[in-house]
Design a protein around this ligand. Structure first.
Ligand SMILES: NC(=O)c1ccc[n+]([C@@H]2O[C@H](COP(=O)([O-])OP(=O)(O)OC[C@H]3O[C@@H](n4cnc5c(N)ncnc54)[C@H](O)[C@@H]3O)[C@@H](O)[C@H]2O)c1
Length: 459
C-alpha cells in the first residue's frame, strides 16, 4: 500500500519505517526541513534503538521516502496517518493546531489531485485519513469537518491510537499487545485491518471499533498507567514516613495477581511527551462535558509533588541556602532510558531547582546531549561525556534516569572523585545497605536514607 505519515517524530518515523519494512511504499512528510534533510542523508533525527539501520535499509530498497512536499505526499497516498504533536495548551487542553493545519492541507491536496472526481462517499478506493496522534474524543470529527471545508471529493476516516514505548518502539510496533482501529464503516475497518496483518500474525489482537471509542482507549490506557505510577509514589511517601521499605511492600503487594507488578516502581514520577499532557487532556475533557475527574486531578498533583518531595531531600541535606555554590552532578537527563526525549523530564525540574538555589550543575546522559542543546538547557548547565570525570569535587550526585550503565558503577572510584560522597537516587538503583558499606550518604525513594557515612569504609 502507498502510505503517507504526517510528522516524522517518535511516532510517525518509527511506524512509517516499520510499515515500509513489511513492503509498503511509505512517504514520511514533515514541515521541518532540517529533519527531512537529515533523514535524506540516512541520519535519524531521534534516538531509537535499531531505527537508523532500518531507515537506511528501507530507503535503499526504495520503499521509504522523506519529503516536505505536502501536496504530492498527500496526493500519492492511499492511506494518510496523521502523527503530528498534540501538546498541552496553556489551559491543559490538547492543542489541535498541528492536527487541524495538516487536515486543511490534506483537504486542499485531495481537491487538487488530478484525475480524481467528486465520486461517491462509498468509494472503496477513497483515501483513508487515519488520526494516529493522541487526541481528545471528537477530534476525528473535527478533522473530517476541516478536510470537508476544502474538498467535496470522497475520503474515509479512521482512528489508530499508537501504544509504542520510546526506547522499545520498534519491537512494540512489530509485536503489539494489541492494535486498536476506529473506522467510520466496515469497509474502512477491513482496509486498515489488512495493513496491520503482518504485525498481528502471531495472534496479537486487532480491535476494530467506532471512532470515539478508539480515541478514548488511548487516554484510558495512559491515564491508567499514570495512575499506577502516582499510586506507588504515594505509597512510597507513606513508607518514608513510617519507616517501611517500599521494595518489600512492592514484593508483598505485587505477588497478588490481581495487582500485577508492572508499572509500579516508585521514583521521580512520570514525565515525557505523553503521560503529563494526556492526563491533563483527560481532565480537561471532563471539564468540557461537566464530568469531574477527581482521580486524575490527584494523579497529576501527586506526580508534581513527587518532584518537590525529592528536591526537599536535597534541601534538608544541605540546609537552608546550603546548595548555593555547591556542585551537583546529574546522571540521566532523558525522561526514561532508551530515548533522547527530554520533554517534561523530571531531570529538568530537578536541575532547574538546583540551579535556582545557586548551585552549579554538570550532567551526563548516554544519548540526550543534542536534545539538551535543542531545549536551551546547555546555557545553564555543563555537560560531560564521561560519567566519572564529572564527579570530580561534586558535592552530590543526583540520579534522574535508570540507564543500565548507572546500575553497577565503580563506587570506590566515585567516592574518591567526589568532594562529598552523597547520592540522591531518584530511581532506586541501589540497595541502601550496599551504599552504606561503600561509604555513601544515600537518599532514595520510599526507603530509609543512609544519613551517616560509615567511617570504616570511607577510606
Ligand atoms: N512519543 C511517543 O512515545 C508517543 C507514543 C504514542 C502516541 N504518541 C502521540 O503521537 C503524536 C506524535 O507524537 P511524537 O512524539 O511523535 O511527536 P513529535 O513532536 O516527536 O513529532 C511531531 C512531528 O510532526 C511534525 N509536524 C507538525 N505539523 C506538521 C504538518 N502540518 N505536516 C507535517 N509534519 C508536521 C513536527 O515537525 C514534528 O516533527 C502525539 O499526539 C503523541 O501524544 C506519542
Amino acid at each position: 500500500m502507498r502510505i503517507t505519515m504526517v510528522g516524522t517524530g517518535y511516532v510517525g518515523l518509527v511506524t512509517g519505517t516499520c510499515f515500509a519494512n513489511v513492503g509498503n511504499d511509505v512517504t514520511c512528510l514533515d514541515i521541518d526541513q532540517k529533519k527531512i534533510d537529515k533523514l535524506n542523508n540516512g541520519i535519524s533525527p531521534i534516538y531509537e534503538p535499531g531505527l537508523d539501520e532500518m531507515i537506511q535499509r528501507n530507503t535503499k530498497a526504495g520503499r521509504l521516502h522523506f519529503t516536505t512536499d505536502a501536496a504530492s505526499a498527500y496526493q500519492s497516498a492511499e492511506i494518510i496517518f496523521v502523527c503530528v504533536g498534540t501538546p498541552s495548551d496553556a489551559q491543559g487542553h490538547a492543542d489541535l493546531k498541528y492536527v487541524l493545519a495538516a487536515s486543511a492541507d490534506i483537504g486542499k491536496a485531495i481537491e487538487a489531485a488530478p484525475g480524481s472526481t467528486g465520486g461517491s462517499q462509498d468509494d472503496k478506493r477513497s483515501k483513508i485519513i487515519v488520526v494516529k496522534s493522541t487526541v481528545p474524543v471528537g477530534t476525528n470529527k473535527k478533522v473530517q469537518d476541516e478536510i470537508a471545508k476544502h474538498t467535496t471529493k470522497p475520503y474515509k476516516m479512521g482512528s489508530n491510537p499508537e501504544f509504542l514505548k520510546e526506547g522499545a518502539a520498534i519491537n512494540d510496533f512489530n509485536k503489539p499487545d494489541r492494535v486498536v482501529l476506529g473506522a467510520q464503516d466496515e469497509g474502512t475497518g477491513d482496509r486498515l485491518r489488512k495493513l496491520y496483518d503482518p504485525f498481528t500474525r502471531n495472534g496479537h489482537p486487532i480491535f476494530v471499533m467506532d471512532i470515539p471509542s478508539a480515541e478514548m482507549v488511548k487516554y484510558a490506557s495512559n491515564a491508567m498507567l499514570a495512575t499506577k505510577i502516582s499510586f506507588i509514589n504515594e505509597i512510597a511517601s507513606l513508607c518514608e514516613a513510617y519507616g517501611s521499605n517500599v521494595d518489600e511492600v512492592w514484593r508483598g503487594m505485587t505477588s497478588d495477581k490481581r495487582i500485577g507488578n508492572q508499572f509500579l516502581y516508585p521514583g521521580l514520577g512520570y514525565g515525557g511527551s505523553c503521560f503529563p499532557k494526556d492526563v491533563l487532556a483527560c481532565i480537561s475533557m471532563g471539564q468540557l462535558c461537566g464530568q469531574p475527574t477527581p482521580l486524575l486531578e490527584s494523579v497529576d498533583k501527586v506526580n508534581q509533588a513527587q518532584r518537590d518531595r525529592f528536591i526537599a531531600k536535597l534541601d534538608n541535606h544541605f540546609g537552608q541556602g546550603g546548595l548555593s555554590g555547591k556542585k551537583v552532578a546529574v546522571w540521566g537527563i532523558a525522561f526514561k532510558p532508551g530515548t533522547d526525549d527530554i520533554r517534561e523530564a523530571p531531570s529538568l525540574t530537578l536541575m532547574n531547582a538546583v540551579l535556582d538555589r545557586g548551585a552549579s550543575v554538570v550532567a551526563h546522559d548516554p544519548v540526550a546531549h543534542e536534545s539538551c542543546q535543542d531545549h536551551g538547557m546547555m546555557d545553564r548547565i555543563d555537560y560531560s561525556d564521561d560519567m566519572y570525570d564529572m564527579l570530580k569535587d561534586a558535592d552530590a550526585l543526583v540520579i534522574c534516569t535508570d540507564w543500565s550503565e548507572f546500575k553497577q558503577p565503580d563506587f570506590e572510584r566515585m567516592r574518591k572523585l567526589m568532594g562529598q560522597a552523597v547520592i540522591f537516587d531518584g530511581r532506586n538503583l541501589y540497595h541502601p545497605q550496599t551504599l552504606q558499606d561503600e561509604g555513601f550518604v544515600y537518599h532514595s525513594v520510599g526507603r530509609e536514607p543512609v544519613t551517616q557515612q560509615a567511617p570504616a569504609n570511607a577510606s
